[in-house]
Write a protein that binds this ligand. Structure first.
Ligand SMILES: Nc1ncnc2c1ncn2[C@@H]1O[C@H](COP(=O)(O)OP(=O)(O)OP(=O)(O)O)[C@@H](O)[C@H]1O
Length: 318
């Protein structure tokens, strides 16, 4: 009654999305499909285009080219009823700090009422852990409390799809943990799909069942935290000193390599070390190269590591 018809396609479907600012290509052909339910993290270094992507999906930003469907609607043509099915938590937004927490929640609830039955202020503030702050002015909240209010305002209309842009930037470890607990609580709500952006791999691994890595204008890796970790962990780096020289060799079978090395070294190998690359190593290297302005090399190296790993896996299953 008054509610939009149920939609049972993908929550998000993006095909060959392109975005160019002036003469700078930020997205160069992004393909992404997200089924309803669960948390997906869009992970990437600063400047990779995460905010651009999420703002296009939210309908806040036009695109240069490509097909985009969010809850079955092109965001460029989304109406108010469509918007009311989305929850949006921006990187930061300004409001009047003199408002009381309970009052701003009530104000936002009214916006959604023509389309849906919003959360009541009491239960919503309880859910985000702000009951004690209900009568406080926004300007007196801590950073973590402030962010929880942002989330409360994002979910007040019981959205089918919630966007969170860099939700924990600037948090201390305690606030971050509390926030992660809040997200886990939200995913227990009926069928809410969450897409969040972060540049922190640890956060993506803790929060999301699917991690999509964006770099160099496109998606360069996509999988569960476990799948990506396994893909990155297959290659090992063997380091040793021989006749005063540091030697390094990358291999998928470190045991076999070391056995052969020691069988023929005449006792000259010292300081032998085996380091198995982790997803974190691969990702940190990607970020460092990206920040040094070597976007193309960064992506190639990262892909080589994951490719080598998936190739090794294919060989092993033959
Ligand atoms: N309105 C704009 N005009 C011109 N360039 C822009 C605009 N918005 C973003 N950019 C550029 O596009 C690139 C991607 O920016 P975007 O904010 O989407 O990246 P991001 O991955 O969200 O980064 P961060 O993690 O730092 O928020 C950056 O180089 C940025 O400077």
């Amino acid at each position: 009654m008054g509610h939009p018809p149920a939609y049972d396609g993908p929550a998000i479907a993006v095909s060959d999305l392109r975005m160019r600012y002036g003469d700078k290509d930020v997205l160069t052909g992004l393909d992404l499909e997200i089924e309803p339910g669960g948390v997906t993290a869009l992970l990437g270094p600063n400047g990779a285009g995460k905010t651009t992507t999420i703002e296009i999906l939210e309908g806040f930003r036009g695109r240069s080219d490509g097909e985009v469907s969010v809850l079955g609607v092109d965001p460029a043509r989304g109406d108010e009823a469509w918007r009311a099915r989305l929850g949006v938590v921006l990187q930061e937004w300004r409001d009047n700090g003199k408002w009381k927490v309970r009052d701003i929640v009530g104000h936002f609830a009214e916006y959604y009422r023509p389309y849906t039955e919003p959360w009541g202020a009491g239960e919503l503030l309880e859910m985000v852990g702000l009951t004690a702050q209900a009568g406080q002015r926004i300007q007196t909240l801590s950073g973590g409390q402030r962010r929880r209010l942002d989330v409360a305002l994002g979910i007040i209309g019981k959205p089918s799809l919630l966007f969170l842009d860099e939700p924990t930037t600037g948090f201390d470890p305690h606030a971050r943990r509390e926030f992660h607990e809040l997200i886990h609580r939200l995913t227990d709500l009926d069928g809410t799909t969450i897409l969040l952006t972060t540049h922190d791999l640890d956060e993506a691994e803790k929060l999301a069942e699917r991690i999509v890595i964006l770099a160099g204008g496109r998606i360069i890796a996509d999988g569960s935290p476990d799948q990506l970790a396994r893909a990155a962990a297959t290659t090992a780096e063997v380091k040793w000193i021989q006749e005063g020289q540091l030697q390094i060799h990358a291999t998928e079978d470190a045991t076999d390599f070391v056995r052969k090395l020691l069988a023929t070294d005449d006792g000259k190998v010292t300081e032998l070390e085996i380091h198995r690359a982790s997803l974190e190593d691969a990702y940190l290297e990607l970020v460092a190269k990206f920040e040094a302005g070597q976007a193309a090399t960064a992506v190639d190296t990262f892909l080589a590591k994951l490719w080598l790993a998936s190739f090794a896996k294919r060989e092993a299953t033959r």
